[in-house]
Ligand binder design. Structure first.
Ligand SMILES: [Zn+2]
Length: 342
């Protein structure tokens, strides 16, 4: 049912580093078993995440004006309209949700995750993570209750500047939308086709198959199956957590949040040791009336290629060709992450 297709290939050139002797370099193209989308794997080990100067983000000249810092929130951040959130804004612990001043969709909520402006991975504590996810998901449930015409729900997260995050102050974005993006829609429609063809849920079959193959499967924590994705959307590899029994927002319980957070903490410990300072992440939910598209969480490290001219880690491949490239084989990434889940 699921085919993990790799096209292995090589390129030969006369290498100036070896007196122009012929040198052959291998690379792979992998095909996503669900969507058929491809990803190039090459340049192995050539790109290392760059260290960020977190203390430097406190420097007033670098920091600038931060609307998310507690002293500015009241005046500088928007409030929801009373039909959506009568309270205007909502809080849970340190987490604080407001509308996005620059909305990408009809309902676009921003969860500010902390009072502190600069929060390293170690300070993204279980408590802070749990409160942020619970508050954001609670917000999406409110939207779902008032506007059933927006079937898709997602959390997206840029952490630290290399990820494209405009503010260092940690925050997540929560959307209720009819247009969740091309990747989401491709996976949704391919999941439906898979279910029609095989009478089974792709994500359930994937989790079972990855666990059996044990090449990319990291661990099961409660309801979540953690794995290194066969096709990575990130340059430095992608870790994914699939919740096969969760189809829509309604199915995602507080226990699921705890399971997600427990895994995320382990990924963060790995990131700390691997020198990862920045990432993009998402959590996706399908419509409420189906059982073919399961919830998943996806996280990819981000880095500047260097801190001399701050070249970004995305290039024409992603920007123009919509083709991910990855310099880490998922099987190697899995081997590195797995000890953190023991
Ligand atoms: Zn701030």
């Amino acid at each position: 049912m699921i085919e993990f297709r790799k096209v292995e290939s090589e390129s030969t050139f006369l290498d100036p580093r070896k007196g122009f002797a012929p040198t052959t370099v291998r690379f792979q193209v992998r095909v996503d078993p669900l969507t058929g989308r491809t990803c190039h794997f090459s340049h192995f080990g050539a790109i290392k995440p760059q260290k960020l100067d977190l203390a430097g983000y406190h420097d007033p000249a670098v920091k600038g004006f931060c609307p998310f810092c507690p002293e500015h929130r009241e005046k500088a951040t928007p409030r929801f309209t009373p039909d959506i959130v009568p309270e205007g804004r909502l809080t849970q612990g340190e987490a604080f949700i407001i509308p996005n001043l620059f909305p990408y969709d009809i309902h676009s909520g921003v969860v500010v995750m902390s009072d502190d402006h600069v929060v390293g991975l170690r300070e993204l504590t279980r408590e802070r993570l749990r409160n942020a996810f619970a508050l954001g998901i609670g917000f999406l449930r409110r939207i779902a209750a008032t506007n059933g015409s927006l079937p898709y729900h997602l959390m997206t997260w840029n952490y630290m500047p290399p990820s494209g995050g405009g503010l260092v102050h940690p925050h997540q974005q929560y959307f209720a939308t009819a247009h969740p993006g091309n990747q989401f829609m491709d996976e949704l429609s391919a999941s439906q086709r898979f279910a029609e063809r095989y009478r089974q849920n792709y994500w359930y079959v994937l989790a079972r198959r990855e666990a059996a193959d044990n090449e990319r499967y990291i661990a099961r924590l409660g309801s979540g199956h953690w794995m290194a994705s066969f096709v990575s959307l990130g340059l430095l590899g992608e870790v994914m957590c699939v919740f096969p029994e969760v189809f829509s927002l309604d199915d995602f319980t507080d226990d699921d949040i705890d399971d997600l957070v427990a895994g995320l903490e382990r990924v963060f410990r790995y990131y700390e040791d691997a020198g990862v300072f920045s990432f993009n992440a998402s959590l996706s939910f399908g419509p409420s009336d189906q059982e073919h598209f399961s919830c998943y969480f996806r996280i990819v490290p981000r880095t500047f290629l260097n801190t001399r001219d701050f070249a970004p880690d995305l290039n024409f491949f992603q920007a123009i060709l919509s083709e991910p490239i990855c310099v880490v084989l998922p099987e190697d990434l899995c081997r590195e992450v797995k000890p953190y889940f023991k």
